[in-house]
Design a protein. Structure first.
Ligand SMILES: [Zn+2]
Length: 115
């Protein structure tokens, strides 16, 4: 049987009282239904504090984006800076160059620049 983990404080010291479970760590009460749900979810992610660290991805996308920028490959510029922007919305470089790349792409796409 899986252990019950308190969603509020992470304690696994829950005791059944008056038809519901009471956390001995913080006093939070859980109904039997909630307790069941927690047990099911607990098998997937016991601690519930897994933080997605996408720093490495962002760094990789940024490198690709800058390389594309050097080559003036606007399609790639837009693509990679968009990816950076999605993963790191406060990255001003990505915010700027994703739209810059898009603008350049639409310009170079037209016959105007294709000589
Ligand atoms: Zn608790």
């Amino acid at each position: 049987m899986n252990k019950l983990i308190c969603e509020m404080c992470g304690s696994n010291d829950l005791i059944k009282e008056d038809g519901c479970f009471v956390c001995q760590g913080c006093g939070t009460k859980y109904s039997v239904e909630e307790a069941k749900r927690m047990m099911v979810e607990g098998t997937v992610d016991v601690k519930g504090t897994v933080k997605v660290d996408n720093t490495a991805f962002v760094e990789k996308y940024l490198q690709n984006a800058r390389r594309a920028l050097d080559k003036e490959d606007w399609e790639e510029v837009e693509k990679y800076y968009n990816l950076v922007e999605q993963n790191s919305p406060n990255n001003m470089e990505a915010v700027f160059f994703s739209s810059f790349g898009k603008a350049m792409l639409s310009m170079t796409d037209s016959e105007y620049y294709k000589r």
